[in-house]
Design a protein around this ligand. Sequence first.
Ligand code: PRP
Length: 177
Amino acid sequence: DEDPRIHAIKTQIRVVPNFPKPGIMFQDITTLLLDPKAFKDTIDLFVERYKGKNISVVAGIEARGFIFGPPIALAIGAKFVPLRKPRKLPGEVIFEEYTLEYGKDRLEMHVGAVEPGERALVVDDLIATGGTLCAAMNLLERVGAEVVECACVIELPDLQGRQRLNGKPLYVLVEYH
Ligand code: PRP
């Protein structure tokens, strides 16, 4: 059965029609952040799931994975590694390209941030087509880390992003159809 905290979390996510373009129902988590109880419950639900699982790295995806990832990392005693959009990281990077609706984007990770054999959790606010999470997992696996799971606040199941994760487990709090 659903955790009673999840209903309030879902209520605090604002859906903005036709943003950033016509036809998109934008899932706005900034309204969730305005409710300290719901924001804390969101972090707590992830922490309860991942504490004691020997996870040494939380990798957060720019931009909104930078909001949810660090408090989870601190609470479970893991390091935080930002996976960034192009040309933001100053050190040597590896990158993975992924396809968007129009064109391509890429995620970059600092070389040396993650060691072979580390157990990693990937965090983002939302999975749509799954391309972003897939690129994130590839970065971690290329440096020899084991991706334990991907965690998102919201899933858009109709876009079937889960099927692009090559069987890797995905945990979400809220589904939006
Ligand atoms: C959104 C969201 C995820 C990604 C999911 O970010 O925060 O990172 O899309 O989409 P996918 O599953 O189809 O790959 P966006 O690309 O809008 O970038 P932003 O965080 O810089 O706004």
